[in-house]
Design a protein around this ligand. Structure first.
Ligand code: ATP
Length: 243
């Protein structure tokens, strides 16, 4: 008899408490306080240079706060069970299947279990036909599908996405959005930056709006799109230039 697996404890909410990030004494992010709740789709918006990428990197743990505190629900300062996908995915010079297999092996998963997991993931996201292709020769859209599928295979609880479709055409963008919606149905928490207002409206349950390194709005997407309180956010939605 196979023993039932206890689901891993949730690493969420992620709490930021007056977090700041400065380089050479220059504050790039300041006074960020928010909770990222389990199972939500949070879209991070703001003008060029507002601090969206830094915010995602800081939440994920690629950067550490230079002031304030970042705390995961399990009490750790930096949690596993989370992944980040970039505008241009980071892929190994190996086949599509090997790109999925490698991080699972690093995690210590046995080879028979890995084979099953990789096959299931390839099927689930329509990548089976590409399994043996060199990952770096795939189209941009296919590479992004692989990067997302690989994160899913890792049983990630939180996925940070930094403008994952900004280099893609509309049909590839739609496929990635569908994948993100599927992840969300699986209970994966999504934290994603985008410049695309249409995409933000399609995907957001919550919106975090950054302006000059500060969080000036964090509310439900319904409220945000109905009329944000901050004038900078209103100007952004109206398509006016803000900086
Ligand atoms: N290591 C660094 N040293 C100094 N300044 C930096 C560093 N990293 C980022 N910045 C600056 O911090 C600000 C925020 O950068 P960030 O990449 O987070 O913006 P963004 O909102 O993602 O912008 P975009 O929409 O253009 O991608 C920018 O002005 C950027 O030039």
């Amino acid at each position: 008899m196979i023993a039932a697996r206890t689901p891993p404890a949730s690493i969420l909410p992620l709490k930021l408490d007056q977090v700041g990030y400065a380089v050479a004494g220059k504050p790039l992010l300041a006074d960020l306080s928010l909770h990222i709740e389990a199972g939500r789709r949070l879209i991070v918006m703001g003008a060029n240079g507002a601090g969206k990428s830094l915010f995602l990197r800081l939440c994920h743990g690629l950067l550490d706060p230079t002031s304030g505190r970042r705390l995961w629900a399990d009490g750790s300062l930096r949690a596993g069970a989370q992944a980040m996908v970039f505008q241009r995915p980071v892929l190994l010079r190996r086949s599509v299947a090997a790109n999925m297999d490698y991080p699972l092996a690093l995690k210590g998963m046995a080879s028979s279990e890995r084979r099953e997991k990789v096959a299931h993931t390839l099927d689930r996201f329509g990548l089976r036909a590409l399994a043996d292709r060199p990952a770096r020769l795939l189209s941009g859209g296919e590479q992004q599908r692989l990067a997302l599928a690989r994160a899913w295979a890792m049983d990630t609880q939180v996925l940070f996405l930094d403008e994952p479709t900004s280099a893609l055409d509309p049909s590839a963008t739609r496929i990635i959005e569908d994948m993100i919606a599927q992840f969300s149905e699986d209970g994966i928490t999504i934290v994603m930056s985008t410049h695309d207002l249409g995409q933000a409206r399609r995907l957001a349950q919550d919106v975090a709006f950054l302006h000059r390194g500060r969080l000036i709005e964090h509310r439900s997407a319904l409220e945000f799109f109905a009329g944000p309180a901050a004038p900078e956010a209103r100007a952004f939605l109206a398509g006016d230039l803000i900086w």
